[in-house]
Design a protein around this ligand. Structure first.
Ligand code: F6R
Length: 243
């Protein structure tokens, strides 16, 4: 696509069609959602579709990919805050249908929470469409290099490059949480459809590795080459290194 806005509009139109077709059958849609700068134009378009074109999210169940450990809901960098600020507060999704990993658990309680998160995704029938961004480490969710395709929801350490990229928002690297809870590569691969968005020249090199490089544990997004229904939504800058 020429611009992020063009790409985001196209993906949002697909999502709207999915939501409407399921709603016509009185069925739910399960969406996997991402945070970060990348999906902002996509969420803005979903909000516009709700406000101007009557798109209802009443039949949508959402599962976010990840959450930082140690951040309460009201922390401005928590993903709970981000999702409410940038999407949920502006649409008619039911609060009880919104799911994010908890960032405020004692370490000992995290494994059971992660297992329950996986189970809830299964109980909802699995993810129909998983929205993704990509980090410069090749992470999807917070599946940093070293995350293989058997990984499920768990606590992870963030890569130094990921912490560096997050530092400005936190006012310095020392304020960025060292760990997060993230869906695993296997959780993401279990979605029936995957849509990854990436914009700008800073993502061009990792997008090339993910799409055209070997499938490798060093680039979690490269596993998507093995997914039967995965698409990348790129602006021309992010696509610039593709052969
Ligand atoms: C966010 C997430 C991450 C981001 C990635 C890109 O929930 O799981 O994988 O998608 O770090 O972040 P931005 O979009 O800020 O460049």
């Amino acid at each position: 696509f020429d611009t992020p806005q063009d790409a985001a509009k196209s993906l949002a139109a697909e999502v709207a069609a999915l939501i409407r077709s399921r709603s016509a059958e009185n069925k739910q849609v399960v969406l996997g959602l991402a945070t970060g700068a990348t999906p902002l134009p996509f969420y803005a378009e979903l909000i516009r579709l709700h406000k101007e074109e009557g798109l209802s999210f009443a039949n949508v169940v959402s599962f976010n990919l990840d959450e930082y450990c140690g951040l309460p809901h009201e922390h401005k960098e928590s993903y709970w805050y981000f999702m409410h600020q940038n999407l949920f507060n502006h649409i008619d999704i039911k609060p009880e249908n919104v799911n994010l990993p908890s960032g405020m658990l004692a370490d000992a309680d995290i494994p059971a929470h992660c297992a329950a998160y996986e189970q809830k995704i299964k109980d909802c029938g699995g993810i129909d469409l998983q929205i993704l961004g990509i980090g410069r480490t090749g992470h999807i969710g917070f599946n940093e290099p070293g995350s293989d395709d058997t990984t499920i929801t768990r606590q992870v350490h963030l890569d130094d490059l990921t912490i560096t990229d997050a530092a400005p928002a936190f006012g310095g690297k020392e304020n960025v949480p060292a760990t997060a809870i993230t869906m695993g590569v296997a959780t993401i691969m279990g979605a029936r459809k995957v849509a990854l968005m990436a914009w700008g020249d800073k993502k061009a090199s990792i997008v090339q590795k993910a799409v055209e490089g070997p499938v490798t544990i060093d680039v979690a997004a490269s596993y998507l080459q093995k997914h039967p229904n995965a698409s990348f939504y790129l602006d021309s800058a992010a696509a610039a290194d593709l052969k």
